[in-house]
Write a protein that binds this ligand. Structure first.
Ligand code: NDP
Ligand code: 2IT
Length: 450
C-alpha cells in the first residue's frame, strides 16, 4: 500500500511537473494518510487516490478591462471546481499577480478537505486571477470585477459553486461581483457569493470569522496541552483580513500581539500593536504597514531583505500566526522560530509552512495548528451565510460567533481524536488530513464512478 501512494504521487509529478504548489499540497496529504490507506487496501482497486487528486473541472478565461488611462488590459481568470461530492463547490477568489494554475489547484485541493472538516455540506473549489489590485483605483477594481463576472457567472450558482473572498478580494470586490451577477441574471440569488455586505445578505461575523476561528482552534489546542493565551507574546505575518481579526481575538484572550507585517516588512510595537490604527491603514486607507510608525514613533519598522526570512519571523514570540501567503515558513525560518522558543504556530494562511518545516517543527514539539483545520472558520461562516440566505433570515453576531466557536472546537477535537487513533501524538496535521480524507473519500465512493 505504501507503493500505491508513491505510485500515485510519481504519476502526479509527471503529469503536473510545472505545478509545484499543487504537488506540495497533494504530497503533504498523501504522505500523512498512509496509515489510513494501509488499513483500507481495497481503495487501490477503486483508483480512489487518482480520483481524489484530479479536479472535476478547471475553467480558465480571458478578463479584458480598461484602465484609467484608457489602455486595454487583459488578465487570466480561473475557477477550479475540485470536488463536489459533499456539496456545491465552495471557496474563495484570489486576486494577486502570483496567481497561476498551480496555486489555484493547490488552494482548491486544500479547500475540499477543509470544507469537509467543517461538517457542513460544501464541496471544494477556488478561483481568482493574476490581476494585481495594488495601486488600482476604485473604478478600475469595479471594471475588472464586472469583466471577471461576465464570464464566471455561467459557471456558478447557489447550488452549483459559491465563491467568496481570499487575498485581494474583500467586501468591496464581492459587492461589485454580486452586482454584476444580479444584473446579468436578472434575479436576486443571495447565496451565489458569500462575504457580502450586511445590507444585502451578508452574515454578521463573516468578516471576523477566519481570524476568530483560528484563535478558537488555538485556544482548544493550547488547552489540550495545558497552555493558554494569557501573557503570551504573539507575532503575525500579514495584516489583511485574517491577520487583523486573529490579532483582535488573541488580544481579547490576554495575549500581546507585538508584530504584524505586509509583503514589504513588519512593524514591531513592544507595547502591543494598536489594532485600530492597523484597521485604519489596511481596511480604510489601503496603505503600507510602515505608515504605522508615523502615528506610533515608539514602534519600529523592519524592511524585509530579498530572499531571506521575512523580518516578522525573526522577532521572538511564544505564538506565531502566519496569516499572509503560502510557503512563508521554510526550514530555515522554522529553525529560527524553534531557536527563539516558539510554543505554538497557528496557520491562518493556506499552506504557509513547507513540508520539511512542518516535520522539523513537530519533531521539536511545537504545537502546529494546520491550515485546513485552523483557518476553516471563514468558509464555515460562509456556509452559515448560505443557510441564512436560504432562510431569508439572519442570526445575530453572537449567534453566528457561538456557532463558529462550536464548529472550531469540534474541528480541533476531530484532529486530536484522529491523531490519537493513529498514535500520532501532537501531529494534528496528519490528524486533520486523515479525518478530512476519510469523509470526502467515503462520499466519493458512495456516489460511484462518475
Ligand atoms: P488579504 O488580502 O486581506 O491580506 C493578505 C495579507 O498577506 C496582506 O497583508 C499581504 O501584504 C500579505 N502578504 C505578504 N506576502 C504576500 C504574498 N507574497 N502574497 C500575498 N499576500 C502577501 O488576504 P486574507 O487575509 O484574506 O488572506 C490571508 C491568507 O489567509 C491567505 O493565505 C488566504 O488564502 C488565507 N485564508 C483566507 C480566508 C478568508 O476568509 N479571507 C479564509 C482562510 C484562509 P501585501 O498587502 O503587501 O500584499
Ligand atoms: O481559504 C478559504 O477558506 C477562503 N478563502 C474562504 C472561502 C469561503 O468560501 O469563504
Amino acid at each position: 500500500m505504501q507503493n500505491y501512494v508513491d505510485e500515485v504521487l510519481d504519476s502526479l509529478k509527471q503529469k503536473n511537473s510545472n505545478e509545484k504548489e499543487f504537488i506540495q499540497a497533494v504530497s503533504e496529504v498523501l504522505d500523512t494518510i498512509k496509515p489510513f490507506i494501509e488499513k483500507n487496501p481495497s481503495l487501490k482497486k477503486e483508483a480512489l487516490l487518482e480520483r481524489m487528486v484530479e479536479p472535476e473541472r478547471i475553467i480558465t478565461f480571458r478578463v479584458p478591462w480598461i484602465d484609467d488611462n484608457n489602455n486595454v488590459r487583459v488578465n487570466r481568470g480561473y475557477r477550479v471546481q475540485f470536488n463536489g461530492a459533499i456539496g456545491p463547490y465552495k471557496g474563495g477568489l484570489r486576486f494577486h499577480p502570483s496567481v497561476n494554475q498551480s496555486i489555484m489547484k493547490f488552494l482548491a485541493f486544500e479547500q475540499t478537505f477543509k470544507n469537509a472538516l467543517t461538517g457542513l455540506p460544501i464541496g471544494g473549489g477556488k478561483g481568482g486571477s493574476d490581476f494585481d489590485p495594488k495601486g488600482k483605483s476604485d473604478r478600475e477594481i469595479m471594471h475588472f470585477c464586472q469583466s471577471f463576472m461576465n464570464e464566471l457567472y455561467r459557471h456558478i450558482g447557489h447550488n452549483i459553486d459559491v465563491p467568496a473572498g481570499d487575498i485581494g478580494v474583500g467586501a468591496r470586490e464581492i459587492g461589485y461581483l454580486f452586482g454584476q451577477y444580479r444584473k446579468i441574471k436578472n434575479q436576486y440569488e443571495a447565496g451565489v457569493l458569500t462575504g457580502k455586505g450586511l445590507e444585502y445578505g451578508g452574515s454578521l461575523a463573516r468578516k471576523e470569522a477566519t481570524g476568530f476561528g483560528l484563535i478558537y482552534f488555538m485556544r482548544e489546542m493550547l488547552k489540550a496541552n495545558n497552555l493558554d493565551f494569557k501573557g503570551k507574546t504573539v507575532t503575525i505575518s500579514g495584516s489583511g483580513n485574517v491577520a487583523i481579526y486573529a490579532a483582535q481575538k488573541a488580544a481579547e484572550y490576554g495575549a500581546k500581539v507585538v508584530a504584524m507585517s505586509d509583503s514589504n516588512g513588519c512593524i514591531y510595537d513592544e507595547r502591543g500593536v494598536d489594532l485600530d490604527e492597523i484597521k485604519r491603514l489596511k481596511e480604510v486607507e489601503r496603505l503600507r504597514i510602515k505608515e504605522y510608525i508615523k502615528k506610533f514613533p515608539c514602534a519600529v519598522y523592519i524592511e524585509n531583505q530579498k530572499d531571506a526570512t521575512p523580518a516578522v519571523y525573526k522577532i521572538k514570540a511564544d505564538i506565531v500566526l502566519p496569516c499572509a501567503t503560502q510557503n512563508d515558513i521554510n526550514l530555515e525560518t522554522a529553525k529560527i522560530l524553534v531557536n527563539n522558543g516558539v510554543i505554538a504556530i497557528g496557520e491562518g494562511a493556506n499552506m504557509p509552512t513547507t513540508i520539511d518545516a512542518i516535520t522539523y517543527l513537530i519533531e521539536n514539539n511545537v504545537l502546529l495548528a494546520p491550515a485546513k483545520a485552523a483557518n476553516a472558520g471563514g468558509v464555515a461562516t460562509s456556509a452559515l451565510e448560505m443557510s441564512q440566505n436560504s432562510m431569508r433570515y439572519f442570526w445575530t453576531f453572537e449567534e453566528v460567533d457561538k456557532k463558529l466557536d462550536t464548529i472550531m472546537t469540534n474541528i480541533f477535537n476531530t484532529c486530536k481524536e484522529t491523531a490519537k487513533e493513529y498514535n500520532l501524538g501532537i501531529n494534528y496535521v496528519a490528524g486533520a488530513n486523515i479525518a478530512a480524507f476519510k469523509k470526502v473519500s467515503s462520499a466519493v465512493i458512495a456516489q460511484g464512478i462518475i
